[in-house]
Design a protein around this ligand. Structure first.
Ligand code: DCP
Ligand code: MG
Length: 456
């Protein structure tokens, strides 16, 4: 294969690019950090590792993808029950139990139905709608299949929730073609293999990719070229910026800022009194399309967490513990997939009045054993939950380490090794037969009582 050459800016050694592969305009050291186990695809040198010896990504190109499934829970239900195809479909709690809409397909949305709306209101707007109860294990299983498709193209996948993820494909261009080609292939595979549609945004950074994926939903495909950022952002309303909710939007409207262009042309002097210095600066950076956050795959992550918001506040102990156990299983599965051990465990609870507590505990030795983490999380719950109704429950692990840190611990008990084996078998069974194939006691007992959940 004919090769074009460029110079590796870290060590001056020539790097090789296959003929026809996209030109790198400017390079920067990726934030993936030293010791990354991801081989360097950009320079095609098997002896270099991405983020260490080579460590470059194509910064001035649109190589960040944000993929978000369309009407995710509803689409899974329709795929599994084709008799509902073409009908308005809602996934949510029961109308007579103050249930809310978790997901509505796009037909249902034409009646004004949207997520978080009471199901009773949704059924008034569209009495013919098909109402289905959520099946979280099934959505989690499909989420895993979607992730497997992403990982055919890049190891740099950062999941945001069950149905959305960022992908950095800067290291995959030589192998698979442009980011657009990769985006189209992912959409096709999701359609052909899973029978669902995804919307994809492709841009030079996360901020722009996330905005782009949402613009042409459903089945959207929006590319933001590196030299067209301003033209892309300027006409959009400020509410398109990630994190600008109703309150911030109202404040901005108060100073006649409606579009992102208005925001871009404003000054810190105007923003600071309303938002403070930090948020003001952040808003200006967003309006300019500046975002330097890297895509962080689990194996590079400093923490892994999941949380769920309940449709109604929950004060039943079994539902709460069951939800937390389910979240712990998901987090620990990601931890083991990333080949990491965790030393710190965090519990997060948000109460009915939106007040939020986070409580953490350190372990004497890091672990990847679900039962060990679950044991500590239960203790945190016993200490810090006094029966108040909970709106959101979450758990996370941090201070992640590589397994050799564990081997240094001479007190590896027989029981611990046994538990590790149990976890590995469980992961394998789920991998092969699906997530519902196996469950620890109370997680399955309460899984049907956990509608309207959103992981993060
Ligand atoms: N979800 C939920 N409660 C919410 C919002 C979402 O339970 N308040 C669940 C159901 C969704 C899934 O999370 O299907 C993904 O959330 P999205 O915000 O991505 O919404 P959808 O995928 O349903 O629709 P869209 O096509 O707008 O992405
Ligand atoms: Mg979605």
């Amino acid at each position: 294969m004919a090769m074009a050459r460029r110079r590796n800016v870290a060590d001056g050694r020539p790097a090789i690019r296959p003929e026809g592969a996209p030109q790198a305009v400017r390079l920067r050291v990726t934030a993936l950090g030293k010791g990354s186990a991801i081989p360097c695809a950009p320079c095609l040198d098997p002896n270099r590792l991405w983020g260490s010896a080579c460590g470059f990504i194509y910064e001035d190109m649109s190589t960040i993808l944000h993929v978000d499934m369309d009407a995710f829970f509803a689409s899974v239900e329709i795929r599994d029950h084709p008799e509902h195809e073409g009908k308005p479909v809602i996934v949510g709690g029961r109308a007579d139990a103050r249930g809310v809409v978790a997901a509505a397909n796009y037909i249902a949305r034409t009646f004004g139905i949207h997520s978080a709306m009471p199901v009773s209101t949704a059924l008034r707007l569209c009495p013919a709608a098909v109402l289905l109860p959520p099946r979280l294990d099934r959505y989690s299983e499909v989420s895993h299949q979607i992730r497997a498709i992403f990982e055919r193209f890049t190891p740099v996948v950062e999941p945001l929730s069950l149905d959305e993820a960022f992908l950095d494909v800067s290291g995959s261009l030589a192998l698979f073609g442009s980011a657009q080609t990769i985006g189209h292939k992912i959409k096709t595979m999701i359609r052909n293999e899973l029978g669902m549609t995804a919307s994809i945004g492709i841009a030079p950074n996360k901020l722009l990719a996330k905005i782009a994926s949402d613009l042409e939903k459903p089945d959207g495909f929006v590319v933001v070229p590196a030299d067209g950022i301003q033209a892309f952002l300027d006409p959009l309303p400020v509410s398109r910026i990630w994190g600008v909710g109703r309150v911030a939007e109202r404040k901005l409207k108060g100073i006649a800022i409606h579009s992102i262009e208005d925001l871009r042309k404003t000054t810190m002097k105007q923003l600071e009194p309303l938002f403070g210095q930090k948020t003001g600066r952040h808003l200006l950076a967003c309006a300019q399309g500046v975002d330097s956050r890297p895509v962080i795959p689990d194996r590079e992550a400093k923490s892994i967490s999941h949380e769920r918001t309940f449709p109604q506040d929950v004060d039943q102990e079994d539902v709460l513990y069951g939800t937390l156990l389910g979240l712990t299983e998901q987090v620990m599965r990601r931890l083991r997939n990333a080949d990491k051990l965790a030393r710190c465990i965090e519990l997060k609870l948000r109460f009915a009045d939106f007040s939020t507590i986070t409580r953490s505990r350190h372990l004497a030795a890091p672990t990847d054993v679900t039962s060990e983490i679950w044991h500590v999380l239960q203790q945190l719950m016993q200490q810090h939950w006094n029966g108040q109704p909970v709106r959101l429950a979450g758990m996370g692990v941090s201070e992640l380490q590589h397994p050799k840190a564990r081997q240094a611990d001479l007190f590896l008990e027989k029981k611990h090794v046994h538990q590790q084996k149990v976890d590995r078998v469980e992961d394998e069974v789920r991998e092969r037969f699906g997530k519902q194939a196996i469950h620890r006691g109370s997680a399955s007992a309460t899984s049907s009582a956990k509608p309207n959940l959103h992981d993060s």
